[in-house]
Design a protein around this ligand. Structure first.
Ligand code: SF4
Length: 256
């Protein structure tokens, strides 16, 4: 792997679909939409030759309603020999996808066979991960949970209850209308880039790609908010150029 202008991305979340099979009271997204991320968005991300991704997250909506996109993405990672250290599916725990489970296992095998020199073997169990939202608002299916837990090659993480008084995520979308009150303030931040070496950079922010293919550093708003406030489509987005023109432009935008 060449190091020329190499960019390490800390974490990127993909809004694989805006469809959802639940109606949680605390949903910060608002009402679901019949919209899936296209494969072109994945191509735009993974066909960049100079990126390494520390963590790739599938979010939504309910990402397992668009399992084809997850399969496509992992196949693309493998066929393009991309270095992605971890894949995580954040699900509401109502759908068991044997196709995705098998693909996650394949990803783990791929990573261990191709990039063993880069891997921290003590974190081996975190390579392929299913994160199940198990707070007081989600209604997970215990049979589904048990089936995932049977898969010893996967890490299954259950999230716990949410403190509704402190958690800003609960103040937008359906939550705002139903239960918890005040307006959510949407903050757009420039993507921070740190230079590691002369020709090596690290994107410090977690960033998010919406189902429409737009980049944002704030993945916690309603779909409508994110469609208005974002940094533009990934197809037009250079993560860095040497003069940092893009970054300057966004900083200017934010201070206006
Ligand atoms: S919180 Fe998640 S699972 Fe619940 S309605 Fe919203 S997108 Fe769906």
């Amino acid at each position: 792997m060449k190091n020329k202008e190499m960019i390490l991305i800390k974490s990127v979340a993909l809004e694989g679909t805006r469809r959802c099979n639940a109606k949680c009271d605390h949903c910060m997204r608002g009402e679901p939409q019949n919209l899936d991320m296209s494969r072109e968005v994945i191509d735009n991300l993974l066909e960049r030759k100079n990126i390494v991704i520390m963590k790739l997250i599938f979010s939504g909506g309910e990402p397992l309603l668009n399992e084809d996109l997850i399969i496509y993405t992992i196949d693309k990672i493998i066929s393009n020999k991309k270095l992605v250290f971890q894949i995580e599916i954040t699900t509401n725990g109502t759908i068991y996808s044997s196709r995705v489970v098998e693909k996650l296992k394949e990803f783990k095998e791929y990573l261990k066979s191709q990039f063993s020199d880069f891997l921290d073997t003590t974190k081996d169990d975190k390579i392929s991960c299913i994160r199940i939202s198990n707070d007081q608002f989600h209604q997970i299916n215990s049979d589904v949970l048990e089936k995932y837990k049977q898969e010893k090659e996967l890490s299954v993480i259950k999230t716990g209850n949410i403190d509704i008084l402190d958690d800003g995520l609960l103040l937008t979308g359906r939550a705002k209308n139903k239960t918890f009150g005040r307006d959510f303030e949407y903050h757009l931040k420039a993507i921070n880039v740190r230079t590691i070496k002369k020709d090596k950079y690290f994107l410090e922010n977690d960033f998010y790609i919406t189902a429409r293919g737009d980049i944002t550093t704030q993945g916690d708003g309603t779909y409508e908010d994110m469609d208005i406030i974002n940094l533009g489509p990934i197809k037009d987005f250079k993560f860095i150029d040497k003069k940092k023109e893009k970054l300057k432009k966004y900083k200017k935008l934010l201070t206006n």
